[in-house]
Each structure stands twice: as C-alpha cells, then as structure tokens.
Design a binder for this molecule. Structure first.
Ligand SMILES: Cc1cc2nc3c(=O)[nH]c(=O)nc-3n(C[C@H](O)[C@H](O)[C@H](O)COP(=O)(O)O)c2cc1C
Length: 188
C-alpha cells in the first residue's frame, strides 16, 4: 500500500545546473537550480525556476538571457558552492576558480570548465509563486569534444552529470544503462 507524504517537491531525478547570468555591472554570476528541465522540442526550450530573492533572477530579467551549465561529477563541490552563496556578496567564479566565458549568441556567461552548455534567450517568464519560471529558447548547445559519442552528440556517460535528490538533499552520479528508448518497449 502506498503512503501519502503530502504535497512536496519530490520527484527523481532533478538536475544540478548552474544558470549563468551577468549582473548590471557585467560581472559574471551563476546560481544552482534543481528546478529545471527541457520543456519544448520546437522551438528547443528549457525552463529553470528561480526565487525572486536570488541575484540571478533580476540579472536574467534585465539581460533576457541565461546559460545552462551542466557540471561533471568532478565539479560537485564547486557546483554546490554556487548554490550556497549569492553573487550579491561574492564573485563566485573567481572564488571557485572557474572561468566565465562569453557566449557567442546570448548575453550571459558560461562555465568554461563544464562539458555541456546551453545558450538560452529568454522567451517567457511565468510567476508561479515563490519561484519564477524562466523559459529560454536554446540558441546553441556547446559540448567539449571529449564528451561526444560516435554520433557526434554529447554522451551522458562521458558528461557524467550530477543528479540531485530533493527529498534528502544529496548528490548522485548517473546509474547503469537499462535499454534503448522508443525501442525496448516494442511489442512486435
Ligand atoms: C542543490 C541545489 C539546488 C538549488 N535549486 C534551486 C532552484 O531550483 N531555484 C532557486 O531559486 N534556488 C535554488 N538553489 C539555491 C540557489 O542556487 C542559491 O540561492 C544561490 O545562492 C543563488 O545565487 P545568486 O543569488 O547568485 O543568484 C539551489 C541550491 C542548491 C545547493
């Protein structure tokens, strides 16, 4: 029998993404979001939710752009730091020893050391309550060559993204391969 545990933000998996943005002085900043995901195929879109209280929120509203930066497992400590401290108080890139690179297509920085980056133009803003959902159109995906598979696309096992478990606030790596999607379930 299932046990009801109430209306909570618990679902698995949630991502650990750094959302890159510039402040009003052009200082690069980023915040961690776990509340995010792909939300449209055409145009290609991704949604991230941020509280108004974050520094990133105002920065994204002003610049109408953000990046989604996918850290690999080796950057778990740096990633967590970006989710604990505000860019209002510290220059997070410099403290963490990470490089803020200039995006080609949008007005937001990306994390040079992370293997997978999305450059996003702000398309929609939805006030949901505590969080504002920012929907960005993905203008480009950039990936380090070392994480590309034979098909030329990012390979999840090479990217080694971090997974967040919101119920207990822990970080995890990607698990084992189970099968091919749109294929393993075929009945004929
Ligand atoms: C694992 C993790 C997930 C987080 N997810 C979110 C999120 O989805 N939305 C949000 O507003 N804050 C989230 N935070 C908190 C922000 O990253 C944090 O408030 C950060 O300091 C904001 O930075 P800023 O003020 O420079 O924008 C998360 C923090 C951690 C550690």
């Amino acid at each position: 029998m299932k046990k009801s545990i109430g209306a909570k933000t618990i679902v698995f998996p949630t991502p650990v993404w750094l959302v890159g943005n510039y402040d009003q002085d052009g200082k690069p900043n980023a915040a961690v979001v776990a509340w995010g995901g792909i939300c449209c195929s055409t145009p290609p879109c991704v949604a991230v939710s941020l509280r108004e209280a974050t520094y990133s929120h105002g920065n994204i509203v002003r610049r109408k752009a953000f990046t989604v930066n996918v850290p690999s497992e080796t950057y778990v400590k740096e990633a967590d730091y970006f989710g604990i401290v505000s860019g209002r108080e510290e220059d997070k890139f410099s403290t963490a020893g990470l490089t803020a690179a200039k995006s080609e297509l949008v007005d937001a920085p990306y994390v040079q050391e992370f293997p997978l980056i999305l450059e996003c133009k702000l398309l929609h803003t939805f006030e949901l309550g505590l969080h504002t959902q920012f929907v960005g159109e993905i203008m480009d995906v950039k990936a380090d060559e070392v994480v590309l598979g034979k098909d030329g696309l990012p390979d999840m096992e090479k990217v080694k993204p971090i997974i967040f478990a919101p119920s207990v606030r822990t970080y995890h790596g990607v698990g084992r391969f189970l099968g091919d999607a749109f294929s393993i379930g075929r009945r004929t």
